[in-house]
Write a protein that binds this ligand. Structure first.
Ligand SMILES: [Zn+2]
Ligand SMILES: [Zn+2]
Length: 281
């Protein structure tokens, strides 16, 4: 079903290249999960972790990000190899990344640390490499982290999740890249930019700075697009792209990671108004 949606979205030439990469990543993620599943043990919910969680700390401790180096390296190599051959520009980027791996400047552990300790340092380290397609590496890493975080998804019980009121993901602690309004009255759910977990959040609050002053918040309607809105916070100047699922036929399959990629028009509008994506911390 997801592949079908990707195919449909590829009709828009602006997204064709990116979605070809995305399509490959779906396949690589599926096959890699099978490959590393035996090494991904379920995470026990200790009373210590549960207590910390109730105090507002996500399940995954960022400082000790539980991704084994060996699995991460295996996955990174699998993804870099698996994306080869899609097109010239991707191949060129992959060659740069692979040579950085070979000379040791792009070690798995360093990438993990940079990635989890915040986008700013991560961006300056990786994305500013000349000639690298920013999205390529980000998307590959996101999928790798998603695979490695699978055991934590099962650890978070519905009961425990209910008490989580923060704007960061309760599983991995990353900010959301999309929000979705669902059901009567439009309950807001946030979608984690990294592990893809969804959690309920107050509709009238900023997911990034926590501001809940109504006069500083705004749901911007998009002309000619009834399905999307942009949630603006005038306090921290960040925005969150929102899919209003109530405007879609009930059985429409929704994939928010795909939605995030194919809503560049929202980013352009928000940027023009002087807002920055919430994910850029
Ligand atoms: Zn997450
Ligand atoms: Zn804010």
């Amino acid at each position: 079903m997801k592949r079908k949606r990707v195919e449909e979205a590829k009709d828009n030439p602006a997204y064709k290249d990116l979605l070809t990469i995305f399509e490959h990543l779906i396949g690589l993620t599926e096959s890699s999960i099978e490959q590393v599943r035996p090494y991904l043990k379920p995470v026990p919910l200790s009373s210590y972790v549960e207590e910390k969680f109730r105090e507002g700390l996500p399940l995954v401790d960022k400082k000790n990000f539980p991704v084994p180096d060996k699995i991460f390296d295996t996955l990174l190599n699998t993804f870099l190899d698996g994306l080869t051959g899609i097109g010239d520009s991707v191949d060129r980027d992959l060659r740069v990344l692979k040579s950085k791996r070979q000379d040791g400047s792009l070690s798995g552990r360093r990438l993990i640390d940079q990635f989890v300790m915040g986008h700013q340092s991560f961006l300056s380290y990786v994305f500013e490499m000349p000639d690298i397609n920013n999205h390529l590496l980000f998307l590959a890493l996101r999928n790798i982290f998603k695979i490695c975080l699978t055991p934590f998804q099962d650890t978070l019980t519905e009961e425990l999740a209910k008490g989580w009121e923060r704007g960061e993901c309760p599983v991995c602690g990353f900010p959301p890249d999309m929000g979705i309004l669902r059901g009567e009255g439009g309950k807001l759910y946030l979608h984690c930019a990294i592990c893809g977990h969804e959690w309920r959040f107050k509709r009238m609050a900023c997911a990034f700075c926590g501001n809940d002053l109504q006069k500083e918040l705004e749901y911007l309607e998009i002309e000619g697009d009834e399905v999307h809105k942009i949630h603006l916070c005038h306090l921290c100047q960040r925005y969150l792209k929102i899919l209003d699922s109530r405007s879609l036929p009930e059985d429409t399959p929704i994939f928010l990671d795909l939605e995030e990629l194919t809503t560049l028009h929202l980013d352009i509008i928000a940027d023009q108004q002087g807002f920055i994506p919430g994910i850029n911390l």
